[in-house]
Design a protein around this ligand. Structure first.
Ligand SMILES: Nc1ncnc2c1ncn2[C@@H]1O[C@H](COP(=O)(O)OP(=O)(O)OP(=O)(O)O)[C@@H](O)[C@H]1O
Ligand SMILES: [Mg+2]
Length: 315
């Protein structure tokens, strides 16, 4: 069942200039995207830096304003603050931020950081609150003595776990996880991802998992959208994207996944070179004359890609 449905979402930031500080142009950070996240599933959002991933995440939680489009959460359009308030949306949808260092208040103790979202929605006694936070620390594998420490006393991986603990504190239905492990080394990445999976199974959570790396999302996501210049270039199931990529940009992201097998290093290098060459040679089949991504075309019931249609009526 669909938990949240995003319909033709656009987020355009005005660029001001000149001496009257008038709007001279717009950054089309998100320019017409559609997708749906099902209960208990993980939807991956993947693309290079600047493609608009965080903007989608922030707009869903209400930190950025949608220029156009709808965000339907359990069938209520939550683009307005009033609508979000009326259905308790801010409790049900939480975000793990891209940068754990700047998103955890350095002046607050862990107890206060994690309890903050709970305080917004519940009236617990001091003892009850402490117990709840201890339990959350336990879930993400942090020791109890973390309660009275400050964010700078932890490593990057530990801070990211604190971010996860804070996000699950209100027992949400959906968590937007913006590059939750990108700043971590590989072994710690796996730990945090495993926590996230465990919590997901336990609470039937849904995730929007944002990453620039197709390697990281592979084991997390049921469905994936590949994003480029504020638009989706390809959407599909995990199998569609990894086994049958259609868009040149998806192929490029796939070839960028680091390979471990040393023996085939030369082969991988050649493959990468070939994809880069194709990207240059075939550019006009995948982007229009303004460099804009085409509309999505159906490849199969689960799979769509933004490819130019040649036979009449297309773009
Ligand atoms: N508040 C803002 N005002 C103007 N432009 C913005 C603002 N926030 C983001 N942008 C622009 O919108 C585009 C998308 O930014 P966004 O942060 O969503 O990208 P991203 O895919 O999350 O990138 P990264 O992988 O680096 O985090 C970028 O061109 C960015 O410069
Ligand atoms: Mg980002």
């Amino acid at each position: 069942m669909g938990l949240i449905e995003i319909k033709d979402l656009k987020v355009h930031y005005p660029i001001r200039g000149g001496f009257l500080n008038k709007v001279v142009d717009y950054v089309y950070a998100v320019d017409g995207v559609d997708f749906e996240i099902e209960t208990g599933k993980t939807y991956g959002l993947v693309g290079e830096s600047g493609s608009g991933k965080s903007t989608i995440g922030k707009t869903i939680v209400g930190l950025e304003k949608a220029t156009a489009g709808e965000i339907l959460f359990e069938n209520t359009n939550v683009v307005s603050k009033r609508a979000r308030k009326s259905i308790g949306y801010n409790k049900d949808v939480q975000m793990i931020f891209q940068d754990s260092m700047s998103s955890l208040n350095p002046k607050k103790r862990v107890l206060d950081i994690i309890a903050e979202p709970i305080r917004n929605f519940e009236n617990l006694s001091v003892q009850e609150e402490k117990k709840r936070v201890q339990n959350l620390l336990d879930i993400v594998g942090m020791p109890t003595d973390a309660l009275y420490k400050y964010p700078h006393e932890f490593s990057g991986g530990q801070r990211q776990r604190l971010g996860v603990a804070r996000a699950v504190a209100t027992n949400p239905k959906l968590i937007i996880a913006d590059e939750p492990v990108s700043a971590l080394d590989l072994s710690v990445q796996a730990q945090v991802l495993n926590f996230m999976k465990r919590i997901q199974e336990e609470y039937n959570l849904s995730y929007l998992f944002i990453s620039h790396d197709l390697g990281v999302v592979k084991h997390m996501c049921d469905n994936i959208a590949i994003m480029n210049h504020g638009r989706f270039v390809e959407i599909g199931t995990r199998e569609d994207i990894y086994n049958n990529p259609q868009h040149i940009y998806t192929k490029r992201l796939l070839s960028a996944i680091p390979k471990i097998d040393v023996e085939n290093r030369e082969k991988h290098k050649q493959e990468r070179r070939k994809v880069e060459q194709d990207f240059r040679d075939l550019y006009s089949q995948y982007y229009d004359e303004n460099g804009r991504v085409y509309d999505l075309k159906t490849i199969s019931p689960t799979h769509q890609a933004a490819i130019k249609t040649t036979e009449g009526g297309g773009q």
